[in-house]
Design a protein around this ligand. Structure first.
Ligand code: CA
Length: 232
């Protein structure tokens, strides 16, 4: 089920969009300003963001640029929502990294169609959604993780951590690199917080003895080894 995050300060527009998506298979998350956007992204990975231009604490162009500059969020497609109609505004939105542009007032049905089109377009680029290391499989489309055919429940941070490791097997990461990947550069966290999430990830993998794949590299950081007995 595609998760759509709408960033919009006007409640009537959020309500209208929620109503329009009732008969779709979208799961809707709402943010009313920039601050709540970052809080939500800390816990969820949306498949698409609807971004209002004018927000009380920031603007949609600035947020779009910030998201596109972050490795963890750069791939999330963004549709700009705006009351502005001038050609130059449209160009500014697309230059910031938006994938499409919808002018208010919009027809909810048209917006739903545009969302589906952008999701189709962006999904084509990632045919293979399955990452695999031995019997550990992570599906980036469904966000499902399985190990020896058992479904594994991971928190949002542990999921991101595992995905990043599986995308880059055997590569050693410093805590600071992992922090950028898990939280982005907009949030301040202490380095030992990375150790906490590594610990949780190992704990989930431990019943299958896959915790050994997550190796501590003394004085540097961590890596995911493709073989659990790989020597450093
Ligand atoms: Ca607004």
């Amino acid at each position: 089920m595609p998760v759509i995050l709408i960033v919009e300060d006007e409640k009537p527009i959020r309500d209208m969009f929620r109503f329009a998506t009732l008969k779709t298979d979208f799961e809707l998350i709402e943010a009313k300003d920039g601050k709540s956007l970052w809080q939500i992204l800390d816990q969820h990975t949306p498949d698409l963001i609807l971004m209002d231009w004018m927000l009380p604490d920031t603007n949609g162009i600035k947020l779009t640029k910030q998201l596109k500059a972050e490795e963890i969020y750069a791939d999330i497609p963004i549709i700009m929502l705006t009351a502005r109609v001038e050609e130059q505004d449209k160009i500014t939105g697309l230059d910031a990294g938006a994938d499409d542009y919808v002018v208010k007032p919009f027809s909810p049905l048209e917006l739903v169609a545009r969302i589906k089109a952008v999701l189709r377009r962006t999904k084509k680029e990632t045919n293979n959604t399955e990452l695999r290391i031995a019997d550990l499989i992570l599906d980036t489309a469904s966000h499902q993780v399985s190990l020896q055919n058992h479904n594994i429940d991971l928190g949002p941070k542990e999921y991101r951590l595992l995905k990043y490791f599986m995308e880059n097997p055997n590569r050693v990461f410093t805590r600071s690199q992992l922090m950028d990947r898990l939280w982005g550069r907009n949030t301040y966290v202490e380095e030992r917080t990375v150790d906490v999430h590594i610990g949780r990830l190992r704990k989930v993998l431990a019943p299958y003895r896959y915790d050994k794949f997550i190796q501590t590299i003394r004085g540097t950081g961590y890596r995911l080894a493709e073989k659990s007995n790989a020597n450093l």
